[in-house]
Design a protein around this ligand. Structure first.
Ligand SMILES: Cc1ncc(COP(=O)(O)O)c(C=O)c1O
Length: 397
């Protein structure tokens, strides 16, 4: 543990590379209390401000009172419940898929699915299964994909080709050069550090060309993109049997959990072959009830999404008027490029001292010299809060 002690001391001595984590006394909705002060969060993924919605709380209370605080068992053994099955049905319908599979978190979903997909035949082999031929898998992953995607792919032990961010020509050339018989393209839907959207229609048409499967992590699109909040597929008006759609329940739906929506044959197999499904417990029942309610609210109250997008546009216009460079302006993640890490950390600190919590995104989350302030917009932000934030931004230019 000597090295860990040394690392701990080293981190403590760094002024800018590791910012201090604020001690929060209440959760952002989007205002919150931190170290005795009222703050406004431009950091939370609680995009639709549902985490504190009274109907969500009532649904969670119902789950708590009926089932207690957790299910304490794998769903494969004795921990399965009607509420999980009903929630999976709703999630499948949302994504226009045959079935869905629930995991404890979004992170675990990526880890559990991407690591297990290419190993689907391993467990059945032990019981006598023999595939019709030798299958050779390969992953094709956007360079800006989320860490959980990168780690899930690494765990699979399967070759990976990384293509340049959203560069379809590079993706095509990597697919062309591959001799794999099962090709899986993996991309964030909305990129969490850049705030841009993957070109899904192009990805699907390239997948058709190369007979590939497409796995899209729609953590930041589900609930907010598309007319009904169904996410990136609805945003572009596309769907495909090739598409495995992943989402989280910890962002627009204000709770915790993750899922994939896919063809039934894939989820049927993964239920037995993904350790992150079978060898662990799942979302507590109260959260499953809350998410189920969140799905209804998001579908029935488009005005929430409208407010979110109005705020997004209001903020984008103001920042553009200041002449500050935006990394992207298509989603509720709006990063402003700063470049220098130290400057970015200082900027975030100044914003914090004025009561605005904003994420400073620095290396290794993004490349060196590409540090940025990341603003997550919220349906409950007021124009006055956005004006106040922009005023501090303008003063620090
Ligand atoms: C793109 C993306 N995928 C997956 C995750 C993990 O989701 P969760 O926080 O629900 O585990 C995140 C979390 O920030 C994310 O941004």
């Amino acid at each position: 543990m000597q090295e860990i002690r040394e690392v701990t001391d080293w981190i403590a001595a760094q002024e800018h590379a590791f910012h201090t984590i604020p001690e929060v006394a209440s959760l952002p909705s989007p205002t919150f209390e931190c170290e005795g002060r009222q703050m406004v969060s431009f950091s939370s993924n609680n995009y639709l401000a549902l985490a504190h919605d009274s109907r969500m709380i009532a649904a969670a209370k119902f789950g708590l009172e009926k089932f207690g605080v957790a299910n304490c068992e794998s769903r494969l053994l004795g921990g399965d419940m009607e509420v999980y099955i009903n929630l999976e049905r709703k999630l499948a319908d949302l994504k226009g898929k045959e079935s869905a599979m629930l995991f404890a978190t979004g992170y675990l979903t990526n880890l559990g699915v991407l690591s297990a997909l290419p190993k689907s035949g391993m467990l059945p082999r032990a019981y006598g299964f023999r595939p019709s031929k030798r299958h050779k898998y390969a992953y094709f992953s956007d360079e800006s994909n989320h860490t959980s995607i990168r780690e899930g792919i690494a765990l699979s032990g399967i070759p990976k080709a990384t293509y340049r961010h959203c560069d379809m020509e590079d993706l095509r050339s990597k697919l062309k050069a591959s001799t794999a018989s099962t090709k899986i393209i993996v991309s964030d839907g909305v990129f969490s550090m850049d705030g841009d959207i993957a070109p899904l229609p192009e990805i699907l048409s390239i997948a058709d060309e190369f007979d590939a499967t497409v796995y899209i992590d729609d953590a930041h699109g589900t609930g907010v993109l598309g007319e009904n909040g169904a996410g990136i597929g609805e945003h572009f008006g596309v769907n495909s049997s090739r598409l495995i759609s992943m989402g989280t329940l910890s962002k627009a739906y204000g709770a915790i959990g993750g899922f994939i929506a896919t063809e039934s044959y894939i989820s049927q197999t993964l239920r037995f072959t993904s350790s992150a499904f079978g060898f662990t417990s799942t979302v507590p029942p109260d959260q499953a009830f809350a998410v189920s309610t969140a799905l209804d609210i998001v579908r029935n109250e488009p005005e929430r999404r409208k407010r979110l997008w109005d705020n997004q546009r209001y903020f984008v216009e103001k920042v553009e008027a200041l002449g500050m460079p935006l990394v992207a302006k298509e989603t509720c993640i709006v990063p402003v490029m700063v470049g220098d890490e130290e400057k970015c950390e200082t900027y975030a600190h100044v914003l914090g001292s004025h009561g605005y919590h904003v994420d400073s995104i620095i290396y290794p989350a993004v490349k060196r010299g590409k540090a940025r302030l990341r603003f997550n917009m919220n349906a409950h932000h007021t124009h006055a809060q956005i004006d106040g934030l922009v005023e501090v931004l303008a003063a620090g230019r």
